[in-house]
Each structure stands twice: as structure tokens, then as C-alpha cells.
Design a protein around this ligand. Structure first.
Ligand SMILES: *Cc1c(COP(=O)(O)O)cnc(C)c1O
Length: 431
């Protein structure tokens, strides 16, 4: 069995170990929640202060030109493009993931219907992240389409001639299971269906190649693995073969071909620019750029392939240690064991009926771990799905010794039953 000493040796030999120095990490904390909110890059506080005091305070409105504010969505988009297999000019950083999903889903649906008006369905996965399903439901109300939810093994069979769009999240937020983007996109195209991929748990976490996969539309999140800060702008990509063919519904002035011509008629900007809506948040953009740069810093030492290799080794280590050291407490692995089928997180499930109270105890276990300085998170199940204890492994700053120590804390929480204490069983508003 792997020992703490082994883990310390892995850390000493880790070619990516210097990347950790880029971040402010609070003392006494092992942070395994970078899949939900990334950590603070050391450059961000000074950069945000500079935007506030110099660019806003002194430059005032001149900074839209002189400080590169106006081009920020494209400049950041070009940086994010390098992480997701997209080309320059194909991505913009803007708005939230939910808002961007509405824009691309609507655009994809319009395109699909132009070619085949009988296609009126959007297919997605039942266990997709709820906001994705809610946005689709809202759009269906407006556009008269129908959302069909299927299980992962039923996706290919659901791609009938009635389907316009296949909308999937590449890495599942609950289980960490990863879809084969290229294979599903090819299946969708063979059935005449366009694809929308949500990369919220992929960008900066796993290698993504939108171009090779021939995907149609993609969106993703700025505050998870991209370390952009709470509520950071998200991003949008559209395959260049659709550029200039699509329309997006939030046709605001920043997506206009000439916003400062102030003409009464909307003329969409060429290419990805039309996915902008209104004025972008420059303070948040500045923080996001620091976060994206912290991931791009890996390019000099192996890039996403090296990050992926370390993420898988960290995850394998966690699985090995949990299974050997935390056995007998009703925790089962909810993430696929096969390396090619998982993202950068490992999830443990606990059945609802595990406790006499009819709860799973998973929430309280996470609370007890957080009290010990090990931060993971909890995702509630329902009648069919078990509750989940979720641990994200961000290879930029997570050490092998952190994994060992986190499992040791989990072992103690379970063995002492301390998680059953009342203070760990009171649910807060954000889990
Ligand atoms: C995190 C996440 C989001 C977040 O959407 P916001 O608009 O930023 O709140 C959306 N979709 C998926 C799949 C996510 O994992």
C-alpha cells in the first residue's frame, strides 16, 4: 500500500510541482473543491487592484481603448481556446455559463430547424447539471421544442429524425464520468443532429479537442478549473463552419458589427463576436485572465497532457487509499474506474438508507471533513440517485501528500463516527 513517505517522494519528483507556487492556498487546508470554485492566483489581487485604481480610477473611460478593455472578451477567448482545441478568433469570454448556454442552444436549434423543420427535440442526459436542463426547459417553452432526457447508454438510440440538438455536459458534475466527445458528436452528425457541449468540468481539467471532435457549439465555466474567481465570466465557442450562419437571441450592442456606429438596426458582428451581448465586467475579466494564465503556465512543462497525467495519478491514488483504508463504512465508488471515462474528480456514493434516520450521512461526513480542513463537497441525490461526496483533484496545486492526508482525515471521521455530531448535520444554503 502507498505510504505517506511514498507520496512525499512523488511530490519531490513531480515535474509540475512549481505550478503550486502560483496560488494563495490557506494554511491548514487541503482543497479538493477546485472543480467547484478554483483557488486564488497570487497575481489576481494586485491585478484587480491595478484595474480599479489605475485603469478605472485614473484612466476612466479612456481605458476602454488604452487598457485593452474593449478587446478583453476576445483576448481571453484566444487564451482559453488553447485549452480546448479551438483556434484563435473562435472563443469569447463573456456572461455566465447559464446565459451562454441559452445563446448557443437557441442558435443550434435555429440552425437545425432551418435545414429540417420537423426536428423539434433537444436530447440531453437526465443527470445533466440542473441549470442546463432548466435553460433548455425555458427555451422549449419559448420556441415550442421538446426536451427529452435519457440515460447515458440511451443517447445514441435517442438520436431520431425528430431531434435537432444533442446537449451534453462532457464531464458529469455528480459522478465525474466523461463522455467520448468525438464518438458522440460523430453519432449525432450521422443522425443529422447538432451538438452543444458544456465544458464546465473539462476546461483546464482534461484535454479537450473541439476541432478534432468536429463539435458544433461549446460553452464552459471560468470559476472552476480556470481559477477565474467567484462568478467569473464564462466562455463560448462556435465551430467556424457555422460562423456567420448562426443567429443568437441576445442580440445586444456588443455583438453588433459596429457598436459605436449607433445605428438603429442590428447587424451581427462576423464570427464569434456576435455572441457578446452587453458591456462586459472588466474587474472580473482581469481576475479571470490571471486564472487562465495560471493554467497556461503548464504549457512550458507538458501542458494539458501533463496535467491530465497527474490528475489521473492523483485520482487513482485517492481511490486506492479510500478502498484500502476506509472500507466498511458504506462508501462506494461512483466514478468510472476506467481512466479514459473519467474527468478530474472522484465521487463516493452513500445510499439514502445507510442511516436509521433515512439519510445517507454523506452531507455530515463532508461537513466533518471541512471542520478538519479537508474541503470537498456534497451533492444531493434523489429517490434513485445516491448522495455523493465529491473530491476534485486539480493537478496545478494538489500534492500526492495532500491526497494521503485527506484520506487519513476521512478515515478518522468515519472511524470515530464524529460526523454524527449535530453540528455536522445542519444543512446550509450552499453545499
Ligand atoms: C458549474 C456549472 C454551471 C454553472 O453555471 P453558472 O451559470 O455559472 O451558474 C453550468 N453547467 C454545468 C454543467 C456546470 O458544471
Amino acid at each position: 500500500m502507498t505510504t505517506l513517505r511514498n507520496c512525499q517522494q512523488f511530490d519531490a519528483q513531480d515535474p509540475l510541482r512549481s505550478l503550486r507556487d502560483q496560488f494563495h492556498l490557506p494554511a491548514g487546508v487541503i482543497y479538493l473543491d477546485g472543480n467547484s470554485l478554483g483557488v486564488l492566483p497570487r497575481t489576481a489581487a494586485a491585478r484587480v487592484a491595478e484595474v480599479v485604481t489605475k485603469e478605472w480610477g485614473e484612466g476612466l473611460i479612456r481605458s476602454w481603448n488604452s487598457a485593452g478593455w474593449f478587446e478583453a472578451p476576445q483576448r481571453l477567448g484566444n487564451k482559453i481556446a488553447r485549452l480546448i482545441g479551438a483556434g484563435p478568433g473562435e472563443v469569447v469570454a463573456t456572461d455566465s455559463t447559464s446565459v451562454n448556454l441559452y445563446k448557443v442552444l437557441s442558435a443550434a436549434f435555429t440552425l437545425a430547424q432551418q435545414d429540417a423543420p420537423q426536428r423539434h427535440k433537444i436530447v440531453s442526459e437526465r443527470s445533466n447539471f440542473p441549470t442546463d436542463l432548466y435553460i433548455a426547459q425555458g427555451m422549449c417553452k419559448e420556441r415550442g421544442c421538446e426536451l427529452q432526457l435519457v440515460e447515458p447508454d440511451g443517447i445514441a438510440a435517442a438520436l431520431t429524425p425528430e431531434v435537432a440538438v444533442l446537449m451534453l455536459t462532457h464531464v458529469n458534475y455528480r459522478t465525474g464520468a466523461m463522455h467520448d466527445m468525438a464518438a458522440l458528436t460523430a453519432a449525432a452528425h450521422a443522425a443529422g443532429v447538432l451538438t452543444v457541449w458544456d465544458l464546465a468540468h473539462s476546461a483546464g481539467a482534461v484535454p479537450v479537442d473541439l476541432t478534432t471532435a468536429r463539435a458544433d457549439f461549446a460553452i464552459g465555466c471560468g470559476y472552476k478549473y480556470l481559477n477565474g474567481g467567484p462568478g467569473a465570466p464564462a466562455f463560448v465557442w462556435v465551430n467556424p463552419r457555422h460562423a456567420d450562419r448562426f443567429w443568437q437571441p441576445l442580440s445586444g450592442w456588443w455583438g453588433h458589427a459596429a457598436p459605436f456606429a449607433f445605428t438603429p438596426d442590428y447587424q451581427p458582428a462576423p464570427g464569434i463576436g456576435r455572441y457578446l451581448c452587453g458591456t462586459q465586467p472588466m474587474i472580473s475579466m482581469a481576475a479571470l485572465e490571471c486564472g487562465v494564465d495560471s493554467v497556461l503556465a503548464a504549457e512550458a512543462i507538458g501542458g494539458m497532457a501533463a496535467l491530465r497525467a497527474k490528475s489521473l495519478t492523483l485520482s487513482d491514488l485517492f481511490i486506492e487509499l479510500v478502498e484500502s483504508r476506509c472500507a466498511g463504512h458504506g462508501l462506494t465508488l461512483a466514478t468510472p474506474r476506467e481512466r479514459g471515462r473519467r474527468g478530474s474528480q472522484v465521487c463516493l456514493a452513500r445510499a439514502h438508507s445507510a442511516e436509521p434516520s433515512g439519510t445517507s450521512g454523506a452531507y455530515a461526513m463532508i461537513q466533518a471533513l471541512i471542520a478538519r480542513g479537508v474541503i470537498g463537497d456534497f451533492r444531493a441525490g434523489d429517490g434513485e440517485q445516491p448522495d455523493i461526496l465529491r473530491f476534485g483533484f486539480t493537478p496545478l496545486y494538489t500534492r500526492y501528500a495532500d491526497v494521503w492526508n485527506a484520506v487519513e482525515q476521512l478515515r478518522q471521521v468515519l472511524q470515530t463516527s464524529e460526523w454524527q455530531a449535530p453540528q455536522f448535520n445542519q444543512q446550509q444554503s450552499v453545499t
